[in-house]
Design a protein around this ligand. Structure first.
Ligand code: ZN
Length: 701
């Protein structure tokens, strides 16, 4: 991508067409962000966007928004909802457009040039936002509208937007004096620089390590598919007669699960857990320490006890106490389960005469043995039923059964990366609903994990319906020469999960552009989809053997169901330890000399984490907490309470109950971001959330 070929070619044709007159080749130097895209569904023209286009487009975007803001504050008319609140919501269209493309590519298809631009542009964007949030004349007008809100005859969505914009300005320093505002601006700029530094370091560290195996004997225990993929990776790296494993999860986890060589497992897992913590040029310890301290200072400046108090205020949880209530309860329930799991595995080790104590790099290997022994379930037996495109069709099937959506693959579309698939999404009545890009496999230009972003959000702020364009990105098992991509159970759940985020975007039905996002409610639409993924009725539809087309046998489905609570102690403890660590950093009430390793160790000791488990993310590669999930990693389990309780509404009726699905669509997915979370929940479920279904399903009683 980011080639100019198409455009230059188009210019050439045009030149011939008009007889070759003039030296001015139209189009060749035009910034694609400044002209009509002229693409199907008006998607961004990825094939015409060059790295050099971004900075001028960012600059023009900021200039245009500044002009829009000036027009709002210079308006001689008294402030009204339309000339101030709606006008503010509409401002910055170009800037939003450029930002969505730029940050999507920085995450999934970056290069040195984009990284450099990101370094330069991030503090400038932070400063630009601050100028708006702390503009005293703008705030005066927002406040004037807010003061009169009772008499303005606003609908619920307008009222919510007004309150949100008012609160947001206050939370971003509108009420501070000049001196404090100046300091807040400095903090925000520095924070934006540090966030970029953190992720650049992490990407470099992830790509830096490779476990190169040259002796075939070292592959003992590994399934053929894993060996083939490792050979393909080696070949890509220009290595002959070798196998390469990396710290990307689709490469690392199968190795940890099957490799008999304990030393090699230790090498690979250790390489994963020391990323950003090696005192080299990619050291993230000082970066995160400075981030944490600046956040405390920011929270204090704004009158909050800690950054967690500040950041949780507008979320469903509201306060750190509420978060700890839930996390502590689950921690207490999960830790004994994890200890039992250790004992089971230690018994296997001892039975084999191993003569060592289970270590963190042994967990996957022995857990797999327990799974085979106890449930007779082998990941390799399952994978042939989870060919990537079959799983994707399963996701589409569920979306169809619930909401009537259908999907059609599009060819010849501009793509953010050539590997991406593109689909048009239709409503049940055949009308256009959305466009979705799906980009599945790891590469060095992509950060780890899976996520779902938006190239465009649905809205009708300008009075015209804008349709969503969704971008789903994963890091799944790659195909090899001999077989297609066969997914693990985890990866299958992840695809359903991310597609739930996609549905949240595709079915949005709001007026304004400003949407409120919160991790503790935002994972409900995604996590509820995981329940359908593993449902026997649904598995029968999509889990078909990639060679024979046979549906997955009942016996395998039964095994999956039986093993539902398998390894849950580990899953919960690994996750909760990271969540608690996130909260511990962000409930600091004073800046502190932070020795990151000592801080981690002391705290994890204090909560009683067992030495066999390392938190799912250690501080130096915990990218959730440098971004929007700061004091927010708990959101997955908070949403977990909601998704188990929400799915129970289908269990109480039927798997695809149309009335329940419709209520989930209209009360949750359609209004997401434009309404109070608890109100949305109660409108769907008829009562406040209950934790019981979560505890029951995870076997944590
Ligand atoms: Zn998610």
């Amino acid at each position: 991508m980011i080639l100019r070929k198409t455009l230059i070619f188009a210019g050439f044709v045009l030149l011939l067409g008009c007889g070759g007159q003039g030296t001015d080749q139209p189009g060749a130097d035009v910034n694609p962000f400044f002209v009509d895209y002229d693409t199907p569904f008006n998607v961004q023209p990825f094939d015409r966007i060059d790295e050099a286009d971004f900075v001028p487009a960012f600059e023009e975007g900021m200039a245009r928004q500044n002009a829009e803001i000036a027009a709002i504050v210079d308006n001689p008319e008294p402030a009204t909802f339309d000339n101030t609140i709606a006008a503010l919501d509409r401002s910055g269209e170009l800037l939003g457009e450029v930002s969505r493309v730029f940050f999507a590519l920085s995450g999934s298809n970056t290069n040195d040039e984009l990284q450099e631009i990101q370094k330069q542009i991030s503090p400038r964007l932070a400063a630009h936002r601050d100028e708006i949030e702390m503009n005293p004349r703008l705030f005066e007008r927002i406040k004037a509208v807010s003061d009169e809100r009772e008499s303005l005859d606003l609908n619920a969505e307008q009222l919510f937007l007004l309150e949100y914009l008012y609160e947001n300005a206050v939370r971003n320093g509108a009420l501070l004096d000049n001196e404090d505002q100046a300091r807040l601006k400095e903090i925000n700029q520095r924070l934006s620089e540090l966030r970029v530094e953190f992720s650049a370091n992490l990407l470099a560290e992830t790509n830096a390590f490779k476990l190169v195996i040259e002796d075939e004997a070292d592959l003992a225990g590994l399934p053929d598919a894993v060996i083939e993929t490792a050979a393909a990776t080696a070949e890509r790296d220009g290595l002959e007669n070798a196998w390469v494993f990396t710290t990307h999860k689709p490469s690392m986890l199968p190795f940890l699960t099957y490799a008999e060589d304990r030393d090699l497992r230790e090498q690979l897992y250790t390489a994963y857990t020391v990323r950003g913590n090696q005192n080299n040029e990619n050291n993230n310890k000082a970066v995160i320490a400075e981030i944490v301290n600046l956040r405390v200072e920011k929270a204090k400046l704004l009158g909050y006890e800690s950054f967690a108090h500040y950041t949780l205020e507008p979320r469903m949880a509201g306060t750190p106490d509420k978060v700890y209530d839930l996390l502590d309860q689950l921690w207490a329930a999960s830790l004994p389960v994890a200890k039992r799991e250790v004992a089971e595995m230690q018994a296997i080790i001892d039975g084999e005469g191993g003569g060592f104590e289970l270590a963190p790099w042994d967990w996957w290997y022995y857990a797999e043995k327990v799974r085979k022994a106890k449930y007779d379930l082998d990941d390799n037996e399952l994978r042939p039923y989870f060919e990537l495109n079959n799983v994707r069709d399963g996701v589409f099937y569920v979306a169809n059964q619930l909401y009537g959506l259908t999907f059609e693959e599009l060819e010849d579309m501009p793509k953010p990366h050539p590997d991406a698939q593109v689909f048009e999404v239709f409503e049940a009545d055949g009308s256009h609903a959305a466009v979705i890009y799906m980009d599945y496999h790891p590469r060095e230009s992509k950060r780890g994990g899976a996520w779902c972003g938006r190239f465009r959000s649905q809205n009708r702020a300008d009075g015209v319906e804008v349709d969503p364009v969704i971008n789903l990105v994963c890091n799944f098992t790659t195909p090899s020469e001999d077989r297609p991509a066969l997914l693990s159970l985890d990866e299958v759940e992840t695809l359903f999960h991310e597609f739930g985020h996609a549905l949240d975007g595709m079915l949005s039905n709001v007026t304004y552009r400003t949407g409120v996002r919160s991790p503790d409610f935002g994972e409900l639409p995604s996590q509820i989809m995981e329940h359908w993924a593993m449902n026997p009725e649904v598995l029968k539809v999509y889990a078909r053997h990639y060679e024979t087309g046979e549906p997955i046998p009942d016996e395998l489905i039964a095994k999956i169901e039986n093993s539902n609570t398998f390894n849950q102690g580990f899953n919960q403890v690994e996750y909760l330890a990271a969540s608690l660590l996130d909260m511990e950093y962000h409930t600091l009430s004073e800046p502190a000399e932070l020795d990151i390793n000592a801080f981690e160790e002391t705290y994890l000791d204090e909560i009683g984490l067992i030495p066999e488990i390392i938190p799912r993310y250690r501080t130096t590669y915990f990218s959730h907490i440098t971004g929007g999930y700061a004091a927010g990693y708990y959101g997955y389990i908070w949403s977990g309470v909601l998704d188990h309780d929400a799915f129970a509404a289908f269990e109480e009726t039927s798997l695809f109950d149309q009335e329940t699905a419709n209520r989930f669509r209209t009360e949750i997915l359609e209004v997401s971001g434009s309404k109070d979370y608890m109100d949305m929940w109660v409108a769907f479920r008829g009562r406040e959330p209950e934790i019981e279904p979560l505890l029951r399903n995870l076997g944590l009683h």
